[in-house]
Write a protein that binds this ligand. Structure first.
Ligand code: DN4
Ligand code: BGC
Ligand code: ZN
Length: 363
């Protein structure tokens, strides 16, 4: 058991708040001591800080939660011979409970809710000067050229899991076109944040005609990046009938906004698959009509939730990052658009100018 003091970003869950201060960790199990290099800020962190995610809670014995679940860390010392000082690692978010899925290494599919998530549900996260981890929870970054982008491993692992969901669910019918590809299939991604970008790259890799939508224009640096990736952007405040013009075979929601989600689901193509991913406890409710239900049934539309991912998806995510980094170079690495010093708390309330991914730079 390790006990120590360190500086950390702390919140109170689920009410929300954010503070950067010295904290005391009373006891922590772990054979590897880590220091973060970069930690990413995502929609989930902002949701917790703003009190919009009711599922977040503090670890037992603490009246606060160290926030942060996206990180690239450096090993400081290790008593596990598979890790040595200087190694780059990404710690996983979810820690298993005792259900059948958790016992086979799939806590992402936990069947009773008794798992924990670092920085989210009952376990301290990674936005702190140092922490101890059990080596089983670490994924090594073997490709040194990923140093600048490996902080994106965690958000990318969610995309790999969702694509696994797509593969499973799509096998209920012939989902590809007659020529065996997805080249005439449409993927619509709701939202233009970091997860939407990673979904866009993955959908493009699979051959989909890929569209990202938001209800306002985007800054030039963002549209230029989308052009480089071959992803279309639609500003639905201008193109109000886009949902009727282009019908989705694959819909991915990163907004958590029920009204917007149903605008697309009620127009989806036959055998369409909607993957719901965004969570926003403060989004307004919407009405679903009997025609909407008929549409879903008569066209064999699947609506699937997808959360988190398993260790295998972190490994696949690292391969994605290597591929995208090689293919798109600095356009890809500039997805890490804003670097912040420890202590800044404003970034949890307001996106930085031109933000795709803001990170805290610890060293
Ligand atoms: P984010 O950057 O806040 O992304 C949300 C995106 O949705 C932003 O681009 C929003 O635009 C956009 N948006 C909101 N409302 C609408 C709307 N009505 N129409 C179109 N676009 C809209 O966060 P992120 O990319 O880090 O994460 C995306 C979401 O996934 C968050 O809700 C996370 O909590 C959730 N998430 C889930 C998992 C999981 O299930 C993992 C990671 C994240 P704007 O308002 O910023 O302009 O495992
Ligand atoms: C994380 C997931 C986690 C989810 C909880 C996301 O931001 O990437 O690992 O399960 O939040 O909603
Ligand atoms: Zn996240």
């Amino acid at each position: 058991m390790n006990s120590y003091e360190t500086f950390a970003y702390v919140t109170k869950a689920p009410e929300g708040s954010i503070d950067y201060k010295k904290i005391k960790i009373n006891s922590e199990i772990g054979d590897v001591l880590l220091k973060p290099i970069l930690t990413g800020i995502c929609g989930t962190d902002r949701g917790i800080v703003n009190g919009a995610l009711s599922f977040a809670y503090n670890p037992g014995g603490y009246d606060f939660l160290v926030i942060g679940h996206e990180s690239l860390c450096k090993v400081v010392e290790s008593s596990d011979k598979n890790f040595k000082a200087g190694d780059l690692v990404v710690p996983v978010v979810r820690r298993p409970g005792d259900c059948p899925n958790c016992r086979i290494g799939r806590p992402d599919n936990c069947s009773d809710g008794n798992k924990h998530e670092a920085g989210i549900t009952g376990l301290h996260g990674f936005m702190r000067g140092q922490f101890y981890e059990q080596s089983i929870n670490l994924v090594k970054v073997e490709d040194p050229s990923l140093k600048d982008v490996a902080v994106l491993t965690e958000p990318t692992k969610n995309v790999e899991k969702a694509m696994e969901v797509l593969d499973r669910v799509s096998s209920r019918s012939i989902y590809s076109s007659g020529d065996s590809t997805f080249l005439d299939k449409n993927c619509i991604i709701i939202g233009t944040g970091n997860e939407a970008f990673l979904y866009g790259l993955s959908a493009k890799d699979r051959g989909f005609n890929t569209y990202m939508v938001n209800r306002h224009p985007l800054q030039k640096n963002i549209t230029e990046m989308l052009d480089a990736f071959g992803i279309n952007f639609i500003d639905t405040s201008q193109d109000k009938d886009f949902n009727k013009r282009i019908k989705a075979d694959l819909l991915i929601d990163t907004s958590g906004d029920p009204g917007t989600i149903f605008n697309y689901i009620r127009e989806m193509n036959y055998n369409g698959i909607a993957i719901l991913f965004g969570t926003n406890g403060k989004a307004p409710s919407t009405q679903v009509s009997s025609e909407d239900i008929d549409h879903i049934i008569e066209r064999n539309i699947t609506i699937a939730g997808s959360v988190d991912a398993a260790k295998t998806h972190y490994v696949k995510a690292l391969d994605d990052l290597s591929k995208w980094n090689r293919r798109y170079g600095t356009v890809f690495s500039s997805m890490i658009s804003n670097r912040i010093s420890p202590g800044d708390t404003e970034i949890f309330f307001k996106k930085a100018n031109g933000e795709i991914k803001s990170v805290i730079e610890w060293e």
